[in-house]
Design a protein around this ligand. Structure first.
Ligand SMILES: Cc1cc2nc3c(=O)[nH]c(=O)nc-3n(C[C@H](O)[C@H](O)[C@H](O)COP(=O)(O)OP(=O)(O)OC[C@H]3O[C@@H](n4cnc5c(N)ncnc54)[C@H](O)[C@@H]3O)c2cc1C
Ligand SMILES: *[C@@H]1O[C@H](CO)[C@@H](O)[C@H](O)[C@H]1NC(C)=O
Ligand SMILES: *[C@@H]1O[C@H](CO)[C@@H](O)[C@H](O)[C@H]1NC(C)=O
Length: 518
């Protein structure tokens, strides 16, 4: 049943690519509209808010059709991780945000910023009634005349940043998925394909403009409000609304315009061989390389069971990539494909570009992750079997995937661990079970989805201490697991919360202070 293609056969490539990319992108099922939002009375005195806003700002009330469209335009509309506002502000200026925050505080209703709509933290569902502040219209993009930095608006999506920089012959670390915002990842550290070379998304940030919990606007950088700047890079969701980032940008060298994508599919029974090799290869993973695998159904390879789809990305010539991946070829995959593209085209190869299926409104999802040092083979087997069992038991969860992300770490580890609030610089792998489904309103299925999601996360950790990248955190992690086990980290974060957000207004995404959870 296994398809075995000769490597580098361009004739087969297209057909295989299309089939792989479309399945990887997960067949786009009709989007189940989420009708379970509670209907909250809009806060009082909206006219006064309206009067304070810029002429291009828009306020949406629950009876406005655009209100629901906007809310549903999220990656997950799972009631377990979706906010339910009573008012949406499409802000166009920093002062709109400032006024909205002052208004919310004066009327004692909560507020929450949103950018790309990919957040899946369970605390988002504690946001009931209040002002959702969309940053999507904050789209400033301004490279500096000296070409070493650019201003990136808080509402730009990753793909927009990548494309606009590319036009200038520049690049910086961003997330891969085109429709995830630039900001969202940055607030939690931010993993991206260029992190091996440059460091995390947040490591590129040299200063930000941020609206604080009381509506005041300040600049944060090493020189100005350095303590806030430290917290914003790793625990940012807890401290302010960033309206713009000034970020380092880098010249794209001619030899590095291209990225190679090589994909190898293995039957599940080969897991031990695949990850024993992956552990060996990790020891010499070059800065140009990102090494992922995705577990999902590939009917042609192993009907009825998930397969292991190994994906290696290489920033440079195909020959160099193949030199590194030769040992994977030698294992004899059931299927192989490759593609070469310039950097801005890379997300389309995975179906995660703005027009790709992953960027259309999805169904519901539960994301979890384990940040670990290496592939623990027995744990992976256990996780893989759990995933297979889930797929065999729950037809409704068939579009779920598990993603094992091995980014470059050189640039990340070059930054001192104590210099930002991101605590996981020594972790090399991000293991992420993503339970996805479209059926809404079946509470049995919801419970089963949650149960399998937890079981897979537990298995993925194996014997490792629980540590989770805050932007993938589900909501039931300890503060230490997200913000670090060194006692000084939480002490410092708590002290900064008292200083910058004493009323704990920023509490709907991986909150540091939880005692007033509503
Ligand atoms: C398909 C997919 C791909 C992903 N790819 C990556 C990746 O490549 N790299 C990576 O690191 N992470 C990635 N993530 C995780 C991602 O970092 C989080 O989902 C993040 O919260 C998404 O931000 P958003 O703006 O798109 O979502 P939103 O739901 O709009 O924002 C999430 C939260 O972030 C906060 N926030 C966002 N912007 C601001 C701002 N400007 N100021 C203050 N607070 C803000 C708010 O608290 C908000 O509730 C991915 C997630 C998914 C689902
Ligand atoms: C703001 O965003 C909304 C929704 O994305 C869009 O319809 C509107 O035209 C934007 N407004 C401005 C002023 O850019
Ligand atoms: C709800 O989901 C459960 C678990 O998958 C399934 O057994 C049941 O038939 C579903 N109920 C309805 C009404 O679809």
């Amino acid at each position: 049943m296994a398809i075995r293609l000769p490597p580098l056969n361009p004739g087969h490539l297209l057909a295989l690519l299309i089939s792989i990319v479309t399945t990887l992108a997960i067949a786009h099922l009709p989007h189940a509209h989420h009708d379970t939002y509670h209907s909250y009375d809009p806060p009082q005195d909206i006219q006064s808010l309206k009067a304070s806003l810029s002429p291009t700002a828009q306020l949406l009330l629950p009876n406005d059709p655009a209100f629901k469209t906007h809310l549903n335009h999220r990656w997950s509309t799972n009631p377990l991780n979706t906010p339910s506002p009573s008012l949406i502000l499409l802000a166009t200026t920093e002062s709109d945000i400032s006024h909205a925050i002052r208004y919310a505080n004066a009327h004692n209703v909560p507020f929450l910023a949103t950018a790309g709509g990919h957040g899946t933290n369970a605390f988002l569902s504690d946001f009931n009634g209040g002002v959702l502040i969309s940053l999507r219209n904050l789209t400033k993009f301004e490279p500096s005349p000296h070409g070493r930095t650019a201003i990136v608006g808080g509402g730009l999506l990753s793909q927009q940043v990548v494309e606009r920089l590319w036009q200038e012959g520049k690049e910086t670390t961003t997330g891969l998925c085109g429709c995830v915002s630039y900001s969202g990842p940055a607030m939690g550290g931010g993993h991206g394909f260029l992190q091996g070379r440059y460091g995390l998304v947040a490591d590129q940030v040299v200063s930000v403009r941020v609206v604080l919990a009381n509506g005041e606007v300040v600049v944060a950088s090493e020189e100005e409000n350095g303590d806030l700047f430290w917290a914003l890079r790793g625990a940012g969701h807890n401290f302010g609304v960033v309206t713009e980032f000034t970020v380092r940008i880098h010249d794209v060298e001619e030899a590095r315009r291209n990225w190679v994508w090589e994909q190898f599919i293995f039957e599940g029974e080969r897991l031990e061989e695949v990850y024993t090799l992956a552990n060996e290869m990790m020891e010499y993973q070059p800065v140009e390389m990102v090494s992922w695998s995705v577990w999902r159904m590939v009917e042609d390879v192993d009907p009825g069971k998930p397969s292991i789809v190994v994906i290696v990305f290489f920033n440079g010539p195909l020959e160099d990539s193949r030199e590194y991946t030769q040992p994977i070829h030698n294992l004899g995959p059931a299927a192989y494909a490759f593609k070469v593209t310039e950097y801005p085209g890379l997300n389309a190869v995975l179906g995660v570009d703005l027009s790709g299926s992953e960027c259309q409104p999805q169904g519901t999802a539960l994301l979890r992750a384990a940040d670990v040092d290496r592939y623990e083979i027995i744990a992976l087997r256990n996780w893989f079997e759990t995933f297979g069992k889930m797929l065999a038991t729950e037809e409704g969860l068939a579009k779920s995937v598990c993603i094992l992300e091995g980014y470059g770490v050189q640039g990340v580890q070059a930054v001192p661990s104590d210099s930002t609030a991101f605590p996981h610089r020594d972790k090399r792998l991000l293991l992420a079970p993503s339970v996805q489904y479209d059926i809404v309103g079946n509470s049995t299925l919801d419970r089963e989805a949650e149960r399998w999601s937890k079981a897979m996360e537990k298995a993925a950790f194996g014997s490792a201490q629980r540590r989770t990248y805050v932007n993938y955190a589900s909501g039931d992690e300890s503060l230490q697991a997200m913000y670090g086990y060194e006692p000084w980290r939480l002490q410092r974060l708590r002290a900064l919360k008292r200083k910058y957000d004493p009323e704990n207004r920023f509490r709907f995404f991986a909150p540091i202070v939880r005692d007033d959870r509503s």
